[in-house]
Design a protein around this ligand. Structure first.
Ligand code: ADP
Ligand code: MG
Length: 248
């Protein structure tokens, strides 16, 4: 069963057609990678899914609900979490505070004073945040200021901030960009341990080692449109994929 259906999505920036008739369906529980050369429209597509951009035409249906025109926080409330290329953490706050904030924000979609939980709920909120830090391997740094983290740890923190909200769909835009090989492998292990099989995931990724380690299905985009889709083994040998990369 598909949890996300994108149909006939177009998006232009002035005269530039960044997305051209995009159709994509994502199976619930799967890891679906979107790959393609620079400028193919991958980030634009993700931005259309999270409400940062509104498609010019077409539909996006998630879990039976149309997402087009919803505000980012409403899409988040519907169960779509994301970790994007620019870090979105509270740099001056401790790690535990960084995870507590989205835990609380989940309660009604926007972070307002009235989301502070009742005293009898606070233990549960704290425990959930601590468990999340544990899951991403950051427990020992819980009181550190987030700005002082390494780049890899910042990514792990963002992942924790996202997963603590228990999304049904997780969107990752190049989660290993700029990472060392060792950190990349740690990220693959982490995603395999706490995401794969638990949360449906769409991952945009340049690193083919990451793609082939995680994805069950791959869509290749070029010039704003999906050109090939299939299982990893069929994508590997497809001449159209090589051509897209060489031509791009
Ligand atoms: P990818 O993530 O696959 O590298 P993008 O989605 O970032 O590709 O970009 C697709 C095309 O749209 C590129 O030609 C890019 O320059 C253009 N583009 C992306 N965002 C904007 C924007 N906000 N304004 C104008 N052009 C944009
Ligand atoms: Mg991009």
């Amino acid at each position: 069963m598909s949890i996300l259906q994108i149909s006939g999505v177009n998006k232009s920036f002035g005269g530039l057609r960044a997305l051209s008739n995009v159709n994509l369906s994502v199976e619930e529980g799967s890891v679906h990678a979107v790959i393609g050369p620079n400028g193919a429209g991958k980030s634009t597509l993700l931005n259309c899914l999270v409400g940062r951009l509104i498609p010019d035409t077409g539909s996006v249906t998630f879990d039976g609900k149309s997402l087009v025109g919803l505000q980012p926080h409403q899409i988040n409330q519907a169960g779509v979490g994301r970790v994007f290329q620019t870090p979105e953490i509270f740099g001056e706050l401790s790690l535990i505070d960084n995870v507590l904030i989205p835990t609380l924000a989940r309660r009604d979609g926007t972070f307002k004073a009235n989301t502070i939980p009742r005293v009898d709920q606070q233990k549960e909120v704290n425990e959930r945040a601590l468990q999340m830090l544990e899951d991403v391997g950051l427990t020992s740094k819980r009181d550190m200021i987030a700005n002082n983290l390494s780049r890899g740890d910042k990514r792990r923190l963002e992942l924790a901030m996202c997963l603590v909200q228990r999304p049904k769909l997780l969107l990752l835009d190049e989660p290993t960009a700029g990472m060392s090989r060792a950190d990349t492998n740690n990220t693959i292990d982490l995603l395999q341990r706490i995401v794969v099989g638990h949360v449906t995931m769409i991952i945009i990724e340049h690193d083919m080692h990451v793609v082939f380690s995680l994805a069950q299905r791959i869509t290749v985009m070029a010039q704003g449109t999906p050109i090939v889709e299939g299982e990893p083994d069929s994508i590997k040998g497809d001449p159209r994929v090589q051509e897209a990369y060489l031509g791009g």
